[in-house]
Design a protein around this ligand. Structure first.
Ligand SMILES: [Zn+2]
Length: 506
């Protein structure tokens, strides 16, 4: 008999969702493992922990056990997103398990195996899981964008203002939030501006004065220095909202004039002349590009004076730097072109599509089932409400009783409709995910080109180990082991002529 471990994880938001409880996951995995003739020798559970980090105690214990205990043959999870939601963590965990000779079994995704194509699909799914969480946050942003368009600040309002709900409520509509003066803090912040604009006080001194006059943070302490600094720079106080690269005049009452705002900014710049910090910036190709002359990594810098950014060998003292400076945008374009060289074979693409269809039809069925159950519940409530109406007509119940019953039913129905809406949203996300997978398998280059920054880095890591650069050209492009293994089995096609830069085209 073989030995298996079970890993379950539930995030704080998932705890309320059906089928996601730790017990449900464990039961599901155990049943599957026993059917496969495994003996369960350990269960590891992480509760309310973030999905985005490897910093989960039970997962760490599980990986340690796999490495130390030769008798462990397999790890069972409900779905791979229990393990990790980003590709890098996912690959790390898989590598640890593989090295320890432990098989990973994902119960709800039966296609996962240790073949290169199993790996590939698995990795694509992990990438796309992350894509999903990104979409989620983008959908939230859409709501914020609407708020901004209507002239209201879409986040926490700065000191001296409050978000206040108006209207709605009684008839079930959500209250609209508008920005108003904070009666407690308005006068104090206004005075702070007055003092700062005299240019006779430091931020620190003003903070001390305000504290004595009673200004407190949310935790009832002195307002942090950095908050007050941001306050004096913030154009919001002059009525201007700057958000996500956009500018708009807000509906809120301004505290200072635009001229006063500019003056405050100038005063701050003068105070900070020596404390100018460099902007922190991650370059897309960090870690992927190496110098073909000395083998050192490329780094990137902004050239002072010019508005241009260059990648260059990090070892520029040791050898001539001729030709190793290359504009960020140029090198990124050349690398982008490299993605044209990789293509999945039609047979592999077909297999991926088939598997994806299977998984998502399964998910669709589950969602439809849940929706059906909700509709039944709603129907039952409606029948009860009809009965109550009849009783009202026959004067069996009083007006007050009827209103009470009706309101309760209304809330119940609202809750059901919220759940249906949630399911529809999930379904939408699933469709987005399918689209992304299909796009990737059909045209790697297009998918890479149009991906957001972080997903680009995922795809880079998925397909490429490194690029060797010399004379502003790629001298060698090295695909990842995974891609090379797929190539051996003709699951992926790499055009060899592209592997030596593009000299012939120039
Ligand atoms: Zn070098």
């Amino acid at each position: 008999m073989k030995n298996a471990l079970i890993y379950c994880r539930v995030s704080t938001e998932e705890q309320v969702k059906e089928g996601y409880s730790l017990d449900a996951q464990e039961k599901f995995c155990a049943k599957f493992a026993e059917n496969d003739d495994y003996r369960i020798v350990g269960v590891f559970r992480d509760e309310g922990k973030s999905a985005t980090t490897l910093d989960r105690p039970a997962l760490q214990d599980l990986l340690a056990k796999c490495q130390q205990d030769d008798s462990v043959d397999a790890v069972f999870v409900q779905e791979t997103d229990r393990l990790a939601r980003n590709t890098k963590d996912h690959l790390t965990i898989r590598a640890v398990l593989q090295k320890a000779g432990v098989k990973l079994v994902s119960v709800a995704q039966p296609m996962l195996d240790d073949s290169p194509e199993g790996n590939m699909i698995d990795t694509i799914l992990a990438s796309v899981n992350q894509f999903q969480s990104d979409l989620n946050s983008r959908k939230t942003k859409k709501g914020l964008q609407e708020r901004f368009d209507q002239g209201w600040w879409p986040g926490w309002v700065p000191l001296g203002y409050l978000n206040v709900g108006v209207g709605g409520n009684a008839d079930g509509r959500k209250a609209k939030k508008i920005v108003k003066k904070d009666p407690e803090k308005w006068d104090l912040i206004k005075e702070a501006f007055k003092l700062y604009l005299t240019d006779n006080y430091s931020v620190q001194e003003i903070n001390d004065i305000l504290y004595k006059k009673g200004l407190r943070s949310k935790t009832n302490k002195k307002v942090p220095h950095s908050v007050l600094t941001t306050t004096f720079k913030n154009p919001f106080y002059a009525g201007l909202m700057k958000w996500n690269g956009q500018e708009k005049k807000g509906n809120h009452e301004s505290m200072i004039s635009m001229a006063e705002h500019y003056r405050a900014v100038r005063i701050m710049e003068n105070h900070n002349q020596h404390a100018c910090r460099r902007r922190k910036h991650t370059f897309l190709l960090r870690g992927f590009v190496l110098c073909n002359i000395c083998g050192q990594r490329f780094t990137a810098d902004k050239v002072s004076g010019k508005n241009k950014e260059y990648y260059h060998c990090s070892n520029r003292d040791k050898h001539s730097n001729q030709g190793q400076n290359i504009q960020v945008k140029d090198l990124e374009e050349i690398i982008e072109e490299q993605f044209k060289t990789i293509q999945f074979s039609p047979a592999f693409t077909a297999r991926v599509i088939e598997k994806v269809k299977e998984i998502f039809n399964d998910k669709k069925d589950k969602i439809n089932e849940q929706k059906h159950a909700l509709y039944n519940k709603q129907r039952a409530i409606e029948i009860k409400r009809d009965t109550a109406e009849e009783k009202l007509f026959k004067s069996i119940i009083t007006d007050d009783d009827f209103v009470r019953i009706r309101d309760k039913f209304r809330i119940d129905v609202q809750q059901i409709q919220d759940q249906v809406e949630k399911l529809d949203k999930q379904r939408e996300l699933d469709i987005d995910t399918v689209q992304e997978i299909l796009k990737l398998t059909r045209n790697i280059y297009e998918t890479y080109k149009t991906a957001p920054f972080w997903l680009k880095r995922q795809y880079l890591g998925l397909f490429w180990d490194k690029f060797m650069v010399q004379d502003k050209q790629i001298q060698q492009a090295v695909p990842t082991d995974l891609i090379l293994r797929l190539q051996e089995e003709s699951k992926v096609l790499i055009r060899k002529d592209w592997l030596r830069g593009q000299d012939s085209n120039l």
